[in-house]
Unconditional design. Structure first.
Length: 152
C-alpha cells in the first residue's frame, strides 16, 4: 500500500484534514450509491427508521429527533420526509405517525443490498481489528476536544 508519507511524516499530518478527506470520500461514495436508487442519504435514514416499526409506525417528531444530529441534518429533514410522502414510499396519518409502504420497503431492500456492497468497498483490505482501532483513536480525539463520541 502506498501512503502519502512515511510513518514519521504521517505522525505530523493534521487530523482535521485527513478526517475531513475520509468523510468527504466515503460520504460521497455512499450518496452516489443511494442516488442509483433515487434516494438521498437523509431519505435513506428515514426509511431505516421505519423499516422495523410496528404497524403503528413512528411519530414524525420521534424520527426527526433521532436523526437531527446525523451529519448535521438539523431542520433539513422535514422536506426529505415530505418527498418520501410525495413519492408514496411512506405514509403519514392525522396523528403524525409515519409508516413505510410496500413500495418503500421494496426500495429500501434494494438500496440496502447496494449499501452492503458500498460498505465492503470501503472496508476492502482493512481487517476488523485495524478498523476498530482507527475508530477508537478517532473517538479519543473527539473526547479530547470536548466532543461527543457516541453514535447510535
Amino acid at each position: 500500500m502506498d501512503y502519502s508519507h512515511d510513518d514519521a511524516g504521517l505522525a505530523q499530518q493534521p487530523i482535521g484534514y485527513w478526517s475531513w478527506a475520509a468523510h468527504k470520500a466515503t460520504v460521497t461514495h455512499i450518496r452516489g450509491a443511494l442516488a442509483e436508487h433515487g434516494l438521498t442519504q437523509p431519505r435513506w435514514w428515514v426509511l431505516n427508521q421505519l423499516i422495523d416499526a410496528d404497524e403503528q409506525g413512528r411519530a414524525r417528531t420521534e424520527v426527526v429527533a433521532t436523526l437531527r444530529g446525523y451529519l448535521d441534518i438539523g431542520d433539513g429533514l422535514a422536506p426529505e420526509i415530505d418527498t418520501l410522502l410525495d413519492q408514496a414510499l411512506i405514509t403519514e396519518d392525522d396523528d403524525g405517525r409515519l409508516r413505510i409502504t410496500d413500495e418503500g420497503r421494496a426500495l429500501r431492500t434494494r438500496a440496502a443490498a447496494r449499501t452492503r456492497r458500498v460498505s465492503a468497498e470501503i472496508h476492502r483490505d482493512i481487517p476488523d481489528e485495524e478498523y476498530v482501532r482507527a475508530l477508537k483513536v478517532l473517538q479519543r480525539m473527539i473526547r479530547n476536544v470536548g466532543g461527543d463520541a457516541w453514535h447510535q
